[in-house]
Write a protein that binds this ligand. Sequence first.
Ligand SMILES: C[S@@+](CC[C@H](N)C(=O)[O-])C[C@H]1O[C@@H](n2cnc3c(N)ncnc32)[C@H](O)[C@@H]1O
Ligand code: SF4
Length: 437
Amino acid sequence: MSILEGSRFQSYVYAYPHKTAYRPIEPALPLGPLWAAERRDALFLYFHIPFCEQRCGFCNLFTQPVPHDDRVEAYLGALERQVGVVRRALDEGGAFTIARAAIGGGTPTLLDARQLERLFAMCRTMGYAPGTPLSVETSPETALPDRLAVLVGNGADRISIGVQSFVDAEVKAVNRPQQVADVHRALRAIRDAGPAILNLDLMYGLPGQTAASWQGSLASALEYRPEELYLYPLYVRPLTTLGKKQVEAVDRHRVELYEAARETLRGAGYRQVSLRMFRRANAPSASGPVYCCQADGMIGLGCGARSYTRGVHYSSEWAVGARGVRGIIDRYIARTDDEFAVAAYGFVLDAAEQRRRWLILSLLSDEGLDLAGYRARFGGDPVADIPALAELAPRGLAVHEADTLRLTAEGLARADAIGPWLFSEPVQRLMADYELT
Ligand SMILES: C[S@@+](CC[C@H](N)C(=O)[O-])C[C@H]1O[C@@H](n2cnc3c(N)ncnc32)[C@H](O)[C@@H]1O
Ligand code: SF4
């Protein structure tokens, strides 16, 4: 099928291969030798907190709603053990540098101030040094001043909050009992907490959302002059509440709201970086050494976090349904140190998949696909390796600028179709065979 046919909303490709292509790795791979073979001067450190105040109707991220406090404490205990084991494994290969860090979820600020301090101690054990860029996710009800003070005091220079909509009825319709007054309180608290970059997530295509209510949400967001805005098209995924209710995300609705938002944000001085991301033109950019998502390693800690080396991506298992998520977290908490010391579930990338990953992530980023860089790095020609690439420019989806292939505005708008269209056949087969629980 041509890339211009079919829905442009196929899937959000922020990683390749997708986690539904992961399988048990047998025999499991010891982390020491795995990381010793990596470039280690610009690693990304990621912590996952798989807990939330509720399970939003659209969300298929790895998270358990309303955990008991004992559960959170047990989780942090297991995370501390994992940190000790992984740090020792990394040390086997000598020195390494954390160039960037992020704490995500779920909702990391579901942790109270004391638990967050415990988490930052783990960050430091993993080699995170204050002054290194660090991003943390939060939500309107949990962005409380004492918690934000812990984040900023420990070096967070970017705080990302999920708002989705400034209309109470629209969030309520997707099982998010958030009040707009809480959203404003949280946004003021983030601004008062310090000079961190503010990112705000909004969603379009929500049931009941109109062109006018969408513009209202954008205008409310812009009052805070966020340095970054992520606009997410609604996806209705299996096993989510919206999925079970067979709610439909309508293409035309999403396209219209996307195009309107693009105009509004352009007029407000924002530059579009990707399909979802918009950055304020004069906003300070992140400091520190540049981490390159398509080239560098990522050390993921916690249940639900993924880790990427050049040749192996690994994580815990994934589920969306409540029982499945609980079971995976139970097994994580019960893991022995020996189990933490190996990669047992994931995807082993051969040379062709490594090239494909680099190519897809580069093309979908604002850097574009550096064709000369590809040849220098891998020795082959990108179009010879992936002939489908040659279709993009004639269809107006990409342009050649010097030796870079870059998505056009039309290409950016269709990034969620272009990404999956470039997946390899083996990865597509694994994804199709995956049984979600
Ligand atoms: C980890 S959450 C952000 C922090 C926090 N948990 C919250 O929701 O406030 C990640 C973001 O992904 C987006 N998202 C998640 N599932 C989505 C879906 N099915 N369709 C569109 N966007 C989605 C939402 O905008 C959400 O804010
Ligand atoms: S959108 Fe955020 S708060 Fe809602 S379930 Fe997903 S991770 Fe949790």
